[in-house]
Ligand binder design. Structure first.
Ligand code: GLA
Length: 739
């Protein structure tokens, strides 16, 4: 898969569908030549490079009028030696010089892929899955090495990259910027697609045309954030869901990030992703190393839908770990929207008993079970049972729930502390913040300084005490505020720029310790909903709560946008009460279920208060979901109709089993329309010759269903019976089974 041509000094990473080509330029730096469809091997550098002499416009190397980095497409560029675009990295010496000169030293090609110490990363299931190229660059003046790692996967159009800095010189250097990837694409005829939003409307799809200058998204909040996701796509303007060229870039990281494209005077697009340089410096002491997070790059000619499927497969099979990677996920009930902080043991047992009857697998006790917590002003940091509410403690309650035949899950917010807590009274200096300044809080809470190992140890010990004493099978790990007044009281002045990254390393460390000690526990990540929904989290927690907005209409956009890169099996989705608690909308139980099916599936309401009719419907929903869970979680997902286009009134998507034998389609209409024409929904991914039974009502072949489509019953033809109360908030599911 990886070849090096000694004559032309070209590296070629290739599989059945893609090629990634770059080479050693005559000054020893690396030039980027091609990332895209598979190409042949018989070329020299002249074919790829933009090497025309432009001495009037470009600064040249002293000994060569025709050689300017301004004209070249580069692989891991630095600023200051004739290339004026934003650099991939920047180092500063003790004398203040930021000029560096890393040149090719050696390379090695290895089977498989090494893990990244302390960081999440994709992995090979067997060494033959992929091959890795490691290129060592050296700057002899400072004695520093940079190792660029590239992995190509055998059966997927995927290249991953990360970078390691090694200081073997005498002096300390400062890393001012260290992106995980930088790639100069030949032209700029692209649309830039990003996933952006806010609390309760996470990961909406936004696109715009690339143009000269810099366009970027990022986060400096200490978490990847609800506002922007560490994922962007560059797609040809004509590329749609099923046709056309697209490049995906996804950063396996949960902290501050930058994703940026810079189009220069020649129309070359430099795309880079990595840790956000704002507030970042790393003191690379003599003898030390620094590793960047990994970026996952995908290329396709088959449209956005294929791009997403590549990410889904990779993140399901080569990023998610542990027992829950393969096991069917439990259908859960969470008490948050049912009780908020107002519960006691009897109330919890009442909901659990009703849940068991409905077929639910797991009861999750949310916020309020610890310390003296009755509202959001106290007790974060005190992770022991709130015995005023739970006289038998978590151990007693969990045992009772286990005896009912349900799993038991618990909410934690391990990174946070309230000033009204035993932990704060004992360790007021453990919070992040400048002691000489006013502090800001978020929801009355402060952020623990996870760059300090003793803080992580303390929380780990507290959590173990609970987990060792109770049959707990699930943890919801929440994180409800971002970092302000970033200052650590432990780090020396020259290391304060490391705080944000060290914080995330501390979070990863705690996750690693807990997941290895309790391999049977299913972790669900959460950050006030989807405020840290990223590939880094998926390495530890195979599912995440995608939004605090549980309204089924709002969820259409959130789930649709999230599916751009994240697998359906990772998206926490619940049926909640009406009127909905975020938007006060009333949608049918059917629609709430039909939307939540395309996720991990669960409930977040007081099932003990449901009518018998509702309970019967819920029982049917759970049975239906369990019958189709494998198809939904492991099949191929297709987006059919976008809620971001044509007014957004309709959305449709489907999952098709890997063998093409089964499919489940979801169709949703927000508002009813009057006397409109008939609509047909064209399906995808079916076996053209196979005959499918649709909802046990009729049969049709795969090609008919894909090219003619399913006829959708218009809302205005529904009679206002008790079953069909309104044409608004309408949904249909279609189950297809090959005969
Ligand atoms: C966050 C989560 C919610 C819930 C509350 C509890 O907002 O996203 O699901 O757990 O915290 O305080």
């Amino acid at each position: 898969m990886i070849a090096y041509n000694k004559e032309s000094k070209i590296f070629h990473l290739k599989n059945q569908s893609i090629s990634y080509v770059f080479g050693i330029l005559k000054n020893g730096q690396l030039g980027h030549f091609h990332f895209g469809p598979k190409v042949g091997d018989d070329y020299d550098q002249g074919l790829f490079r933009n090497s025309v002499a432009r001495p009037l416009t470009a600064c040249c190397f002293e000994e060569d009028q025709a050689f300017s980095l301004d004209n070249e497409r580069l692989e891991y560029p630095t600023y200051g030696t004739t290339d004026f675009r934003e650099p991939a990295f920047q180092l500063m010496r003790e004398n203040g010089s930021r000029v560096t000169g890393f040149t090719y030293e050696r390379h090695e090609i290895i089977k498989g892929k090494a893990s990244l110490e302390g960081l999440p990363a994709t992995y090979a299931n067997v060494p033959d899955d992929c091959e890795t190229l490691k290129i060592t660059m050296f700057d002899s003046v400072i004695g520093c090495y940079i190792i660029l790692s590239y992995t190509i996967f055998k059966d997927a159009p995927v290249i991953t990259r990360s970078v390691r800095f090694i200081n073997e010189g005498q002096e300390d250097v400062k890393i001012l910027r260290a992106m995980s990837t930088s790639i100069d694409l030949f032209d700029s005829n692209f649309d830039w697609l990003q996933l952006s939003g806010a609390w309760a409307r996470e990961r909406h799809i936004k696109t715009r045309r690339l143009c000269e200058g810099i366009q970027s998204v990022g986060s400096v909040r200490g978490a990847s954030s609800t506002n922007h996701n560490p994922f962007v796509v560059l797609k040809r303007p004509s590329c749609n869901e099923f046709r056309g060229e697209a490049y995906g870039f996804s950063l396996v990281y949960s902290g501050n990030f930058l994703a940026q494209a810079e189009v220069n005077q020649d129309g070359v697009s430099r795309v880079m992703l990595g840790i956000h340089p704002q507030n970042f410096t790393w003191h690379l002491e003599s003898g030390s190393t620094f590793t960047t997070p990994e970026v996952v790059m995908v290329y396709t000619e088959q449209g956005l839908n294929h791009l997403s499927q590549v990410y889904h497969n990779l993140y399901r099979n080569n990023l998610t770990r542990g027992q829950w990677k393969e096991k069917p996920r439990p259908v859960l009930i969470n008490n948050w929207e049912a009780t908020y902080f107002d519960f006691n043991e009897e109330k919890i047992l009442e909901i659990a008993r009703a849940s068991k009857k409905l077929g639910i697998d797991l009861f999750v006790l949310d916020d309020g079970w610890f310390g003296k917590r009755n509202d959001d002003t106290s007790s974060l940091g005190d992770w022991h049972s709130n015995t005023a509410k739970l006289p038998n403690g978590i151990g007693g309650l969990a045992a009772k729930i286990r005896d009912m035949g349900l799993g038991f899950g618990l909410w934690y917010e391990p990174e946070m502390i309230n000033k009204d807590s035993e932990l704060y009274r004992k360790h007021p200096d453990w919070i992040i913040g400048d002691p000489d300044r006013r502090l800001s809080h978020g929801r009355n809470q402060y952020v623990l300084d996870y760059s300090r190992p003793e803080v992580v140890d303390n929380i780990f010990d507290q959590m173990c005490q609970v987990l060792d004493g109770a049959p707990i099978t699930y943890i919801k790990w929440d994180m409800n505020r971002n970092i302000t007044e970033a200052f650590s009281r432990m780090l020396s002045s020259d290391k304060q720029g490391e705080l944000f990254h060290r914080y995330i390393l501390g979070v990863y460390d705690l996750y690693e310790r807990l997941t290895s000690r309790y391999p049977e526990i299913l972790f669900e990540s959460c950050a006030a909903g989807g405020g840290r929904f990223d590939p880094g989290m998926l390495f530890y927690a195979p599912q995440g709560w995608i939004s605090d907005d549980t309204d089924s209409v709002e969820r259409l956009k959130i789930q649709y946008g999230t599916s751009m890169v994240y697998p359906i099996s990772s998206m926490g989705s619940h049926v909640s009460a009406i009127p909905n608690h975020q938007v006060f909308r009333e949608t049918s139980l059917k629609m709430r279920g039909d939307v939540a099916y395309f996720g991990t599936f669960g409930y977040e309401l007081d099932v003990a208060k449901m009518s018998e009719e509702e309970m019967n419907e819920v029982t049917d929903q759970i049975r239906f979901f369990k019958e189709n869970q494998k198809l939904i979680h492991k099949g191929d997902f297709y987006r059919l109709v976008s809620p971001f286009e044509d007014g957004g009134n309709t959305t449709a998507w489907m999952s098709v089993s890997k063998d093409g034998e089964e499919a489940l389609v979801g169709y949703y209409q927000v508002l009813g329309d009057v006397n409109n024409g008939f609509k047909r929904l064209k399906l995808q991914g079916l076996l053209p010759e196979k005959r499918y039974r649709v909802n046990d009502e009729y049969t049709a072949t795969g090609d008919t269903l894909m090219h003619f489509g399913i006829l959708i019953k218009p809302s205005n033809l529904i009679m206002p019976t008790s079953d069909d109360r309104s044409g608004d908030f309408l949904s249909y599911t279609y189950k297809l089974k090959a005969e």
